[in-house]
Design a protein around this ligand. Structure first.
Ligand code: F6P
Length: 323
């Protein structure tokens, strides 16, 4: 019986467990022996494989995080680490690997695939910044968590007529911040892709007050040149001149920890199942993502060399919507 292994890697994302569950159950139904790899690529290099049956993945579809554990593994970037990972899979008679994760994880998947091992990636990161998928597992749940926080912050911001800087995750990109900002009705959105110095953000806030608003929410991506801390420092230094009272709220890892919503459970299930079917059909070296509402493959070589661009329409709408 052929054996397939599944690992989760990089930052955890709500829905990873749903993808694992689907891969295991569909894999077993197609006659594969399924294995989970503990703790991402670190566990792969160390040979930590556990056989998983349908019952072992019971009750996890609604659980955030990853029951397999995850790491950021520097060793997999080395020749020796990649060779050791492949050797472990050969020793355990694994015929194919499914990698559930974001950019760093798919770079690892590409490295193993380039060495001739059958690998299929599944697009999963709250950052939603992976080329080859319009939307990644975990992103929508992370947006919902941020929105709940923003709705609460708006209540207290309005009571006190304050400005709130709300920093959301997104190390290198503003995908998450853009959606959170628009859906949260932010007065300004600060993202790494569009340079905004503190004075221009202050002007947007002041303009909002001049238009009659009593308070303002500024959504800031953590990867922006001026993150919440940088903006706050400037605003505090110039508080007398600017005249608004400021508070900062950094959401951080809270956004990663939630139970996946329906959308993430569904795409994770579709992608996890499809990953098994691709390996079964001898198709590998691809990332499976959601493109135009459907599961679609993109060569891992293309994924690792591309930067996913922001939705232009959302960018252009965002400033007018703040009126
Ligand atoms: O998984 C992506 C991400 O959540 C980024 O948004 C964030 O910058 C990073 O991971 C944080 O990583 P860590 O959990 O290792 O601190």
């Amino acid at each position: 019986m052929k054996r397939l292994a599944v690992l989760t890697s990089g930052g955890d994302a709500p829905g990873m467990n749903a993808a694992l569950r689907a891969a295991v159950r569909i894999g077993v139904s197609r006659g594969f022996e399924m294995f989970g790899v503990r703790d991402g690529y670190t566990g792969l290099i160390a040979g930590r494989f556990d056989r998983l049956g349908p019952r072992d993945v019971g009750g996890i579809i609604g659980r955030g995080g990853t029951v397999l554990g995850t790491t950021r593994c520097a060793e997999l970037k080395t020749d020796a680490g990649q060779a050791a990972a492949i050797q472990q899979m050969r020793n355990h008679d694994i015929a194919g690997l499914i990698v559930i994760g974001g950019n760093g994880s798919q770079a690892g998947a590409f490295a193993l695939s380039r060495r001739g091992f059958p690998v299929v990636g599944v697009a999963s990161t709250i950052d939603n910044d992976l080329a080859g998928s319009d939307i990644t597992i975990g992103a929508m749940t992370a947006v919902d968590i941020a929105l709940e926080a923003i709705d609460r912050l708006r209540v207290t911001a309005a009571s006190h007529k304050r400005v709130f800087l709300v920093e959301v995750m997104g190390r290198d990109s503003g995908h998450l911040a853009l959606v959170v900002g628009i859906a949260g009705g932010a007065e300004a959105i600060v993202i790494p892709e569009a340079h905004a110095d503190p004075e221009s953000v202050a002007e947007e806030v002041l303009a909002a007050y001049q238009r009659g608003k009593s308070h303002a929410i500024v959504v800031v991506a953590e990867g922006a040149k001026y993150n919440a801390e940088g903006l706050a420092r400037h605003f505090r230094e110039h508080q007398q001149r600017l005249g608004f009272e400021l508070r900062v709220s950094t959401l951080g890892h809270i956004q990663r920890g939630g139970s996946p919503g329906v959308f993430d459970r569904m795409i994770a299930t579709l992608l996890g199942a499809a990953a098994v079917e691709y390996l079964e059909g001898g198709r590998h070296g691809v990332l499976l993502g959601i493109v135009d509402g459907k599961v679609a493959p993109t060569a891992l070589s293309a994924v690792v060399n591309a930067k996913k661009s922001l939705d232009d329409r959302l960018v252009s709408l965002s400033s007018s919507l703040a009126q």
